[in-house]
Design a protein around this ligand. Sequence first.
Ligand SMILES: Nc1ncnc2c1ncn2[C@@H]1O[C@H](COP(=O)(O)OP(=O)(O)OP(=O)(O)O)[C@@H](O)[C@H]1O
Length: 636
Amino acid sequence: MAVSSDELEFLAAVHAALTRMLDTATHRVATGADVAGDRWTAERLGRMLKSHLKELREEPDAPPYFGALHLTDGERYRIGRRRVADAQGTPLVLDWRAPVSRAFHQARAADPQGVRARRRYGWSGSTLTGYEDETLAAGLPSLSRLVTEEIERPRVGPMRDIVATIQPDQDNLVRAGIGDTVCVQGAPGTGKTAVGLHRAAYLLYAHRRQLERAGVLVLGPSRVFLDYVSAVLPALGEVRVEQRTLAGLLPVPAVAIDSPEAALVKHDVRMAGVLERALWSHVNPPAEPLSVTDGSYRWRIPVPALTALLREVRAEKPRYGTGRERFRARIVALLQSQAERRGETPGYAWQQRMSRSAPVRELLDRAWPRVRPDALVAAFLSAPADPALSGAECAAIRWPRPRSARAARWTEADALLIDEVAGMIEAPPGYGHIIVDEAQDLSPMQCRAIARRSTHGSLTVLGDLAQGTTLWAPASWSPLLAHLGRPGTPVTPLTAGFRVPAAVLAIANQLLGPLGVDVPPARSVRSDGVVRFLPSGHLPAVVDEALAREGSVAVIAASVDGLSLPSSPRLTVLPAALAKGLEFDHVIVVEPADIVAAESRGLNRLYVVLTRAVSRLDVIHSRPLPPALRSRQAPQ
Ligand SMILES: Nc1ncnc2c1ncn2[C@@H]1O[C@H](COP(=O)(O)OP(=O)(O)OP(=O)(O)O)[C@@H](O)[C@H]1O
């Protein structure tokens, strides 16, 4: 529909309001520090104002609103990525996360939620090009033209937000309560990553105070993936979410790689028990009484009393570090009661002196010594032994020669072991909410590293069992949720695929049977898409042809060494192992049989690779196709 003068007038008012908001924010940053009473307030205020200014400056050319709601009570609201208010503070545009905005995504003919009509705006940059009205009474098409256009647009550059076209089942997940842990089993391209990022933005809006203190963390599988999604949250007005890989949270960087046999042992949940035994083996009942000189007195605690104290503290099951301090405090309390019986009135300074006295320190160092997590893991891997591990398992993880922590060449799994021990000694800082993407790949020990950072918060667990490519990827969600400390969390499926067109999905879905995972297959909301199977000599021509079209192109192979291809900013040449979570308009898969053969979960890897395609998939091969792909091979 052409743009009416009313709409243009309204847009001009929104632009004016935005300019005024930006001017005010800039002015406030300039003067904020002067108006604040003290340095602390000035700093806090300054930070707040700068972050507000940064939010306003993000994407100045982005459309200021994407929709309008016309309610049955006559009210009209525009809805955008952030609130825009006029000089009097009256909102012109509501934030998409505000309660009223929910109806924009949820209302339908069967459940109109007080909505008479919904308007969707079309934009080219910041120019309004038209709009589309949906009257709920008349019933709705399953997807509007503007939504279809957005879904089918060519992909260039980083991932974009989906706030204008979010679907009701996605919206329910985004707006789930702060206390709810949700687990989403979603086929490729069903919007799991998008849902996770929008949920982070929503929670920060709806529970700002709580989460600003506790923090929100998005965990992704790789740096490449995090770079790809990094623009979404700032575009939604949220610049305060940490986006990391799990490895990036761990106490030591990985510089070496484990053999598959060693990795399997180190990622196994039994390692938690093994390390727990190794840590607590440092605590031993004292062999000698404690004797402390205090002026002309000498206080004594006999061995049985010390042993009883130690047992009492251990029975309370504290963390190792807390336990050590509690044991010290109980010893001092016992000394204090002796002093009081002698008529003394010991105060705080006396308690401090006793607790730091050499005999008390020496006793603690023998009975409940400090332990450095990396030193413990280095000692264990130098000579592994535990009843829970077989001889072969110990041999798989044993270092060829003993090393100190300083000389160690840690692997990613070692870092997890160190983190596990560190967590037994002292709780790591936690987050108010953690969003875990590609969660199907997590090992039990990785789940535990996440769980101990969310003891007081909730989780959004996103993944697809069919895309599990690690040695420990499970066939069902329940063990993984249990390791995350959230057993019994209901699993919500997403099956409408927004990325992968029907023709490509038909090929990829053939792999689901042989993968042996119990997941509902995806159905595509896109009827477009082209799939071709071509002999390997065609690769250069196919790449040239792809680059002549609009959109991003990826050549994905088991190994990209030796592939000589033209250089273009739109062409990504990618080993199959790095494709997870990404998408490209045109995907060219080279030798699928090699991808399958390269690793034990090669078929899952191929499933991931095939489902990166947004509109075209070319499979280039000279070796026979994997059996699962042969039956429904597309015509050449
Ligand atoms: N409601 C929607 N409207 C428009 N586009 C959408 C919608 N939901 C998802 N998309 C788009 O579909 C594509 C796939 O989304 P996303 O990467 O979040 O899927 P995913 O489930 O995480 O996929 P995978 O498991 O394959 O990594 C993205 O380009 C995303 O923007």
